[in-house]
Ligand binder design. Structure first.
Ligand SMILES: Nc1ncnc2c1ncn2[C@@H]1O[C@H](COP(=O)(O)OP(=O)(O)OP(=O)(O)O)[C@@H](O)[C@H]1O
Ligand SMILES: [Mg+2]
Length: 239
């Protein structure tokens, strides 16, 4: 299990006045190689240093069962995976992850940082595969029991930049890396449409910036979010 539940200095929960679960769910989203995993690690370190309880996790995955579904999803077997099968596997993993890991951590007051979550399903299976986005929203609600991110950080960059980064850095090529350019372009556009629809929840970052600059941008948005009681967000200061 990941390390989390370090108490905030003095044990108080400054700025986190909200109904329902006491913790905060922050998700990181974006196309392949956009920098999500790099930023989730940096943000977790920063928040832990500041004394927050942090759970760092990812989707698909986050529990042994959900990680085994992840391996199934990313493996190339030669058999074309039907988009509905892909969707239901992702949602199966998500429901397990929420029930076993995310919800309990939120109930204990942690800041949960999740590398991909519900918006990836809308962008990949909706905009990318062409399934109905309204239906996917309902299925997401079914899988999560209605849990929604409080804040989402979207790393946007040209798809060729992200895919090239993954290749150049010798990251293992998975089933999704091998998808068409058209597919990845539709996914990117999907993420941007989701952000345009929910500008208060989804903050968009220029993923072509250096990892250091991005980490600063992310820190400033997240700090502002936590200060304002976890509800109001804006754009990075310099955009
Ligand atoms: N801002 C950045 N500038 C240049 N390279 C970066 C930046 N952020 C991350 N990288 C590098 O690009 C590659 C992909 O980054 P990372 O794994 O963080 O992206 P990701 O969004 O999690 O990708 P995936 O969708 O494959 O999980 C890594 O090799 C990482 O070191
Ligand atoms: Mg990643």
């Amino acid at each position: 299990m990941p390390t989390y539940f370090r108490t905030r200095r003095g044990g108080e929960q400054v700025g986190l006045k909200r109904k329902g679960p006491r913790g905060v769910l922050i998700t990181l989203e974006g196309v392949e190689g956009s920098g999500k995993t790099t930023q989730v690690q940096r943000l977790a370190r920063l928040l832990r240093e500041e004394g927050y309880r942090v759970l760092e996790t990812r989707e698909p995955g986050g529990t042994p069962l959900a990680e085994s579904i992840r391996r199934t999803l990313l493996k190339s077997t030669g058999e074309r995976m039907d988009p509905r099968c892909e969707t239901l596997l992702i949602l199966a993993a998500r429901s397990q992850h929420v029930a076993q890991v995310i919800k309990p951590a939120l109930d204990e007051g942690a800041i949960v940082l999740c590398d991909r979550f519900v918006d990836s399903t809308l962008a990949y299976q909706g905009y990318g595969r062409g399934l109905d986005v309204g239906l996917l929203r309902r299925l997401n609600r079914f899988a999560t029991g209605g849990l929604e991110p409080d804040l989402s950080l979207l790393f946007d960059l040209p798809i060729t930049t992200g895919l090239a980064r993954r290749r150049h850095n010798n990251l293992e090529q998975n089933r999704l890396d091998r998808e068409s350019r058209r597919f990845h372009t539709a996914v990117r556009r999907g993420f941007l449409e989701l952000a345009a629809r929910e500008p208060r929840r989804i903050a968009v970052f220029d993923g072509t910036k250096s990892a250091e600059t991005l980490a600063d941008d992310v820190a400033s948005i997240v700090r502002r979010f936590l200060r304002r009681g976890g509800r109001t967000i804006g754009k990075p200061a310099d955009s």
